[in-house]
Ligand binder design. Structure first.
Ligand code: PMP
Length: 429
């Protein structure tokens, strides 16, 4: 693949920071090396001494002495090597990326980011130039839309259904171009496709293997990069799940975003981007110029947790987490069946934390949800908040089953049903 073709001018212009290079060099050097080069402060002046963290099985993680000095210090921009090793092992276990077996320049690498949000925005900055056309799921995650909508680019919404992005709609969105336009450097043919393949936010939809194969085939035909935003990957309820795009990717055209937010902690802000090395190298240069790196302390905590748990412990934790969310989902579906039958429609999500509900007979839920739902003391998100194009009406709303107790889920859905009934009555008066 010609990776250069996809890089924005800003990304191409990024150069390694000499100071960051000196830090990385020092961290790799033998202890006898004398560094007068870096700008690291002396940790003997820091007030923190040690950290003991109790984890759920009653054991502890301890960071003290030299390790504490390290945890409080600057570190590598792509992440501390021990955590990177663990994340690569996780990547290999869950996705068996074909690129990981390559010994050529396309080999897979990863960069630790501050949650996946940080990584995604850096990927967008790397790939998008003013005037570009970009393909993406519609509806979509407002966090990404908040970054993308103000950019001087053209967003091309692609319809989704209960299996995620529709390949027929993708072909339709691309119908203004021919695959051979890729050869014309002045063509505005899209280069980037952004998709949330599993337990989508907001729709809860997961793409089937068949769908993914169709989409990947189109991506090859039109030479598209697939940005696979998959923070709910670990929350898929079924034992057997469809392969990720990364697992299908033999070219290096998939850039994958992962996150520990839904399974270890959202407040810790730990995510990672993985993909072909030429892309990850560019991302690391961005990291050098902005954040420098994710918190060394947080990275060490997660590394030590994984070291203690091993892959088996991590999987056991994922299983328990999924069991919790699946039972929450079951409560919401039961309540929806009880209260919303005849008033609304929905698909049962295969994972994640969202139910995407279509309110029948209501063209736009925005006012209903933003004003009248508040009066009934129920908070939901109107479908319009997820539209790729602004000011679009939507009959949908998103209900989350992550945080509320089973009783409150049931009462919330009952209140929603009451609200819909009142709204329909008002319309028919
Ligand atoms: N992508 C999607 C689809 C999300 O739903 C979220 C979080 N709500 C994120 C990315 C960002 O997650 P984080 O930065 O916490 O990893």
């Amino acid at each position: 693949m010609k990776f250069e073709r996809f890089l924005s001018a800003v990304s191409k212009a990024r150069k390694p920071s000499p100071i960051r290079m000196a830090t990385a060099l020092m961290l790799r050097s033998p202890p006898s090396t004398i560094s007068l080069g870096g700008g690291s402060p002396n940790p003997c002046t820091f007030p923190f001494r040690k950290l003991y963290v109790e984890i759920s099985n009653g054991t502890n993680i301890r960071i003290e002495g030299k390790e504490m000095d390290r945890a409080l210090q600057y570190s590598q921009s792509d992440g501390i090597p021990e955590l990177k090793d663990w994340l690569k092992r996780i990547q290999k276990h869950f996705h068996q990326p074909p690129l990981m077996n390559d010994s050529n320049e396309n080999e897979l690498d990863l960069c630790v980011t501050v949650g996946s949000q940080d990584g995604l925005t850096k990927v967008f900055e790397m790939l998008l130039s003013p005037g570009d056309n970009m393909l993406l799921d519609d509806p979509n995650y407002p966090g990404s839309l908040a970054f993308l909508q103000p950019l001087p680019i053209n967003l091309l919404p692609v319809d989704t259904d209960e299996f995620g992005m529709k390949s027929s709609s993708l072909r339709e969105a691309l119908s203004a171009w021919k695959p051979s336009d890729v050869l014309n450097p002045n063509s505005d043919i899209p280069k980037v496709l952004y998709t949330i393949p599993n337990c989508g936010n907001p729709t809860g939809a997961s793409a089937s293997t068949g769908r993914k194969l169709e989409i990947y085939k189109i991506a090859r035909e039109y030479d598209l990069i697939i940005v696979e935003d998959d923070p709910y990957y670990f929350l898929q309820f079924n034992e057997t799940v469809a392969p990720s795009y990364q697992q299908l990717d033999t070219d290096g055209r998939v850039i994958r975003s992962d996150s520990m937010s839904k399974v270890l902690s959202s407040g810790m802000r730990l995510g990672w981007i993985s993909g072909a090395k030429p892309f990850i190298d560019r991302l690391v240069l961005h990291q050098q110029a902005t954040l420098l790196h994710n918190s060394t302390l947080i990275q060490m905590l997660v590394w030590k947790l994984l070291e203690k748990w091993k892959l088996e412990g991590f999987q056991k934790h994922l299983k328990e987490t999924k069991t919790f969310y699946e039972s929450q989902k079951n409560v919401m579906i039961e309540s929806a069946n009880k209260w919303l039958t005849g008033l609304a429609e929905w698909n049962v999500p295969q994972g994640g934390m969202f139910l995407w509900i279509k309110l029948l007979g209501i063209d736009d839920t925005t006012e209903l949800i933003q004003k009248r739902a508040m009066e009934k003391e129920i908070i939901l998100i109107p479908g319009s908040a997820f539209s790729v194009k602004e000011n679009v009406k939507s009959s949908y709303c998103r209900a989350s089953f992550s945080l509320s107790s089973p009783e409150n889920i049931d009462e919330g859905i009952r209140r929603l049903a009451e609200l819909v009934r009142e709204e329909l009555d008002r319309k028919h008066k």
